[in-house]
Design a protein. Structure first.
Length: 179
């Protein structure tokens, strides 16, 4: 591995081009591709390698898709109808090894979802994470365990949209050198 800034790497290009689409084509995603994306998500770092994330997913046209769709906020329901797959991502809040509280579970889930997003983007598949969903309803409908929190809903699929203007804060806005 070289340490150079001369030309952007493939991962640099994926990170800089990625956005959260809202115009999905409805084209199905094969279990093979979806499995690959989930496989990449498992490699995210986690506290004690606990991997406290769970992904409850369903393909468009299935009862499971309708069940997840019911959990979405009214503002998210219209544009997610054409997603290929809907996901509820959850975090196990207790360590499997000792049943103690895992206060890093949500953070670890976030790293896994970020890895999933980059893997999907590399395959030409977009994901859009949503805070706009009813977590209690998701927990009930999907029968999540007592120590499992529904954290985010995700729409995933091929998309028909481009984003030219992706403004971001400058690095100096969120970093502080404390020499």
């Amino acid at each position: 591995m070289t340490n150079t800034l001369e030309s952007p790497s493939q991962i640099d290009q994926i990170i800089e081009k990625r956005f959260s689409p809202r115009k999905f084509t409805g084209t199905p995603i094969s279990e093979e591709i979806l499995g690959h994306i989930f496989n990449q998500a498992k490699w995210a770092a986690s506290c004690f390698n606990e991997q406290p994330w769970r992904f409850y997913y369903a393909h468009q046209g299935s009862e499971g898709f309708d069940k997840i769709h019911q959990c979405l906020s009214e503002g998210n329901k219209p544009w997610t109808q054409n997603a290929s797959v809907l996901i509820i991502a959850s975090a196990k809040t207790r360590f499997a090894r000792n049943n103690k509280e895992n206060r890093h579970a949500w953070y670890d889930l976030g790293q896994s979802v970020a890895t999933l997003a980059l893997s999907a983007w590399e395959k030409g598949i977009g994901i859009h994470q949503m805070a706009g969903f009813d977590a209690a309803k998701a927990k009930e409908l999907l029968k999540l365990e007592e120590d499992e929190d529904a954290v985010t809903a995700i729409a995933i699929g091929p998309f028909d949209e481009t984003k030219e203007d992706r403004s971001r804060n400058s690095v100096s806005d969120f970093t502080k050198n404390i020499e």
